[in-house]
Ligand binder design. Sequence first.
Ligand SMILES: *Cc1c(COP(=O)(O)O)cnc(C)c1O
Length: 420
Amino acid sequence: MDHFELRNGELYAEDVPLARIAAEVGTPVYVYSRATLERHARVFREALEGLGRVHLAFAVKANPNLAVLRVLARAEYGADIVSGGEMARALAAGMAADDIVFSGVGKTPAELAQGLDAGVGQFNLEHEEEGHVLSALAHARGQRASATLRVNPDVDAGTHEKISTGKADNKFGVPIDQAPAMYARLAALPGLRMRGVACHIGSQLSSVAPLEAAYARIGKLIADLRAAGHAVDRADLGGGLGVRYRPGEVVPWPADLGEMVARVTSGWNVELMFEPGRVIAGNAGVLLTRVIWVKPGVTHPYVIVDAAMNDLARPALYGAYHHFEAVHPSGERMTAHIAGPVCETGDTFAMNREIDRVGSGDLAIFRTAGAYGATMASTYNSRSLVPEVMVDGDRFAVVADRIGADTIMNAERVPEWLAD
Ligand SMILES: *Cc1c(COP(=O)(O)O)cnc(C)c1O
């Protein structure tokens, strides 16, 4: 459920007409609903009640905006981070270092050191050498770093190949059959305190079945590790729950995840950790855009909007669907292609889509843009970096400025030897 709804024929974010935001901030602009974020955070937490010790870490890469992270910090979420930059954001948003999980296949030694110095609560190791380096860094600081070993359970997440992470040949984690021996070597290092195992098999999962298959393998691994004499007190089960992008699309609910996890992990006797991203933020944001032109096409007209692939990359990157709606729908419909101004054919949001009838100058939204939206934005074609707004009841605030091409250009230099 979200708080972007029609009222008297006009789309609102909570109690704020989207047209007001467009008038005051301009377009394109991301609009987040605080109430929706809080609701999703609460529903996800409630779905896991009764599982004993549970740690929730929001996957910062889904939406790293400081105000979004602040809402989640207040909802008592920690952070799942994949870079030093994300760590700085989580800390700045008020998340406790101890509640931060450092994931990522390419953490640099400098980032590992940064994590140790900040007191990050857990490092999810992606391979053995990383564990040796972390141990040495921690030992030199007189610390023992809490760590898990990320395993690749070799299950097909059944999602888009570019967001699938748990097949044997993906770059993430270590092969599960090599995990016991590797775990033993890591557990013997002086600077590590091995806590357990982690997995994350992919994103936008349309069923919990692949997760169940992965967790069953994790359960077996935990039993094997304990049989070998290791203490295991944490299992990080990752993120990945899908959200509804298309009207009527069937996706698992957090409650389905909770029910499955309760069944599969019964008797594990560990702290269960989760790293939800999309399911928290996806439907808590829209990308508000203005139609520049409706250009006649050969089959259908092209609706050219002022948002583009640099603002919302998912359609160009994964062929992703984002639902398009007029802010002031007339009730009439049209079939059209929807594209942005960037000079790439890939800058197309939809082809042959039946949509609300729109004309030049009309406002519209792309829904479900709160996750993997603004965070992937670029300035390609020397466009501005898209701004972000958060709505809270009948008020709103700009939570990220529009950064213009001039500001970007001011960070560039022509060297002296090219000056004349
Ligand atoms: C991306 C990612 C997540 C979040 O995935 P969602 O599908 O957004 O829930 C969680 N854990 C790790 C390690 C990730 O890379």
